[in-house]
Write a protein that binds this ligand. Structure first.
Ligand code: AOF
Ligand code: ZN
Length: 338
């Protein structure tokens, strides 16, 4: 049977409920249980790994009598596996639910197949309702599932002649206040902010996302990569989240580990060496270059060795947007494959 207007409304509601849950190891999922006549009986959402899934959260608010013949509207295909919880498909069958409308297929090898299990038990299943919105909601989580690592944004500020600092190493401030405010807005959208130990030693950054002086409600976890010891009184130790330290220089290992911790987007702000390492390894999904109308000359380049020996090896980018920020210009770009 086609999706009804009531079910469509319930999906919009479920998508909104999903956003109450945290970003992390598990996707954000919402669920609404409707009576056969279309009244809302219960709502649920997933509160993060290890807690009940959205459907089970909603079912738990109802007696077995109430769920018989009901309609479940869920933003993700009910899972088919026993992980930290589950399987939701079986819970819906056991509750006597007659129909399930969901938005997106579960991408997991183990967790998918819930729709088949439901159909095999005689439940009427409709997939794909508002799948675009559901996809947008958990796009970053899906990226981590597919690639096994978070989305990487590499950011730097440079003079018009491509320098990141003056000859003596001083670099505060190349860009103006509008560019710096833009950086803070973008930091708040990342789950983690990554620097090298060199940057911590040179600049002692706070690695917080601020709005003027005030801390933004959403703070990225600070991540420090490198073997050099950090002073005990470094500003990063006063960050609202405990910093993560990695001794390794194997960025793939770091990214895999961050993905396994539920980090979906990282913001690399770590100075020329670290930025270059991410680019050389092919991990820079988005590049943000803040370009200021100053000339610095000298040898403190914004990037060092990125593995380009000859012009044929040049890393080509496509600029998605040129953004004027006061006197500065931001290039938002992504790599194009050769
Ligand atoms: C659902 N409803 O609300 C969510 C689902 O380890 P577990 O038991 O928490 O399972 C995690 C997997 O379950 C996750 O990777 C994803 O495939 C699915 N998430 N499924 O039916 C939910 N959050
Ligand atoms: Zn589940």
């Amino acid at each position: 049977m086609a999706v009804t207007e009531i079910e469509r409304d319930a999906m919009r509601r479920a998508l909104s409920l999903a956003t109450r849950g945290p970003r992390g190891l598990n996707p954000q999922v919402g669920a609404v249980i409707l009576s056969p006549a279309g009244e809302i009986l219960a709502e649920g959402w997933h509160r993060g790994a290890g807690t009940p899934h959205a459907e089970v959260d909603a079912l738990s608010k109802l007696t077995p009598d109430a769920t018989r013949g009901a309609i479940a509207v869920v933003t993700l295909e009910p899972c088919n596996h026993t992980g930290r919880t589950g399987p939701c498909a079986q819970a819906l069958i056991d509750a006597g639910v007659a129909r399930v409308v969901y938005a997106l297929d579960d991408p997991g090898d183990q967790s998918s197949g819930g729709s088949d299990r439901l159909r095999a038990a005689g439940v009427d299943v409709v997939a794909g309702e508002q799948s675009e919105q559901a996809h947008e909601l958990i796009a970053d989580w899906l990226t981590v599932q597919q690639r096994g690592r978070p989305h990487v944004t590499v950011k730097w500020a440079q003079s018009l002649d491509g320098r990141a600092a003056a000859s003596d190493g001083t670099s505060q401030w190349i860009t103006g206040p509008d560019a710096r405010a833009d950086v803070h807005r973008r930091r708040a959208e990342a789950d983690a902010i990554v620097v090298g130990t060199g940057t911590v030693l040179a600049d002692d950054p706070a690695l917080t996302a601020r709005d003027g002086e005030a801390l933004r409600p959403q703070q990225p976890v600070p991540v420090v990569i490198g073997a050099r010891p950090i002073p005990a009184d470094a500003a990063v130790h006063r960050h609202p989240h405990s910093p993560l330290f990695y001794d390794t220089h194997d960025l793939a290992e770091v990214l895999t580990d961050l993905g396994e911790r539920g980090v979906q987007r990282i913001f690399v702000e770590g100075g020329p060496t670290l930025a270059s390492a991410f680019i050389a390894a092919g991990f820079a999904d988005t590049v943000l270059a803040y370009i200021a109308p100053v000339l610095l000359g000298g040898d403190r380049l914004a990037l060092t060795d990125i593995g380009v020996a000859t012009i044929g090896d040049a890393r080509r980018l496509q600029v998605d947007e040129w953004v004027p920020l006061g006197a500065d210009l931001l290039a938002i770009a992504h790599p194009v494959s050769p």
